[in-house]
Write a protein that binds this ligand. Structure first.
Ligand code: RIB
Ligand code: CA
Length: 318
């Protein structure tokens, strides 16, 4: 049975790899894509998502636009410097024009409709700020019954990227992330940057992608600004395709090895804002501790077969 999937995204170069991974998968039923502000403003992430689906020849997949800003506080920053001014290294207009109009529904309405219509539970893969997902859970509590898993790229067990403490997606809207991760309405898998960094791809992998065919060549053409950023972030010539790691788990459950722990998000203002605190104490110690243990536990991805994952990504993007 094909994996029913909705992707919520802020393309974004690594989002482009993740969208292609899902759109090209014969074992994936990509029901819809929703856009959110994040790497670049909503207008840019929305047209990027539509163009990327046109690149993958998926006129059947609806795209609906979602939140243009976080739930409570203004967006602290955008990562244009990482993904380029248009979110795709300035190459968005080199992609095909959208093959279908933007859906007239907003992101939350599209997700709610797709969940209601599905005859099997649906996996949702948020790979940008979690604003749309928090809004969905708040506005449509019954929709959670049709959610199989929420597989999130976000968070950091160790240091962050946007700040010392916080990873970009969570840092963009900590309140939304806390709502999703502690609400307990739907099973969550959190794929933090600690693991996605370990899955970084190198120049040889990128060269192989570039020569693998038209889709690979097109994705490779979107990478210059992003690759330049990661040359500095990694200290060698490679890239971290964070979102593709999370979507690989969304479409192939069990690809990533997880630990089941409660996770809370720091929502105060200060150096720790946006930090994801995974409580990895043993349950007995957790229960005896002084702090209130949040109701929900989530699966936090902590390991995978790195070479097998890189090979899987390349094979599926060819
Ligand atoms: O921190 C990495 C995440 O932030 C990825 O989703 C990337 O696309 C950016 O949105
Ligand atoms: Ca993203």
């Amino acid at each position: 049975m094909a994996q029913k999937l909705i992707i919520d995204t802020d393309p974004g170069v690594d989002d482009a790899f993740a969208l292609a991974l899902a759109a090209l998968g014969s074992d994936v039923e990509l029901l819809g894509v929703t856009s959110v502000y994040g790497n670049v403003p909503l207008s840019a992430t929305t047209i990027n998502a539509r163009r990327l689906l046109a690149l993958c020849k998926r006129p059947d997949v609806p795209v609906a636009a979602g939140a243009a800003r976080p739930l409570v506080h203004r967006h602290p920053n955008e990562a244009g410097y990482v993904h380029g001014a248009d979110g795709l290294s300035g190459r968005s207009t080199t992609l095909p024009e959208p093959a279908r109009p933007l859906d007239e529904r907003d992101a939350v309405a599209l997700m709610a409709d797709l969940l209601a219509a599905a005859d099997e539970p649906v996996t949702i893969a948020p790979i940008g700020p979690l604003t749309n997902i928090a809004a969905l859970l708040a506005a449509h509590p019954a929709a959670a019954e049709k959610i199989e898993r929420v597989v999130i790229m976000g968070g950091a067990l160790g240091h962050g990227n946007s700040t010392a403490a916080a990873e970009f997606n969570v840092w963009s809207d900590p309140e939304a992330a806390h709502r999703v991760l502690t609400g307990g309405e739907a099973p969550c898998v959190l794929v933090p940057m600690d693991l996605t960094y370990r899955c970084a791809v190198d120049a040889a992998w990128l060269d192989e992608l570039a020569s693998s065919g038209p889709i690979g060549a097109a994705l490779h053409a979107l990478t210059p600004d992003y690759r330049e950023h990661y040359r500095g972030a990694l200290g060698w010539d490679g890239m971290v395709i964070h979102d593709a790691v999370a979507v690989a788990e969304a479409i192939l459950p069990g690809t990533l090895h997880t630990e089941r722990v409660p996770v809370q998000v720091e929502c105060s203002f200060g150096p720790g804002r946006g930090a994801t605190h995974a409580d990895r104490r043993l349950p007995a110690l957790r229960a005896s501790g002084a702090d209130p243990v949040p109701a929900a536990e989530v699966e936090v991805a902590v390991d995978t077969d790195l070479d097998a994952l890189r090979g899987l990504l390349l094979d599926r993007l060819r």
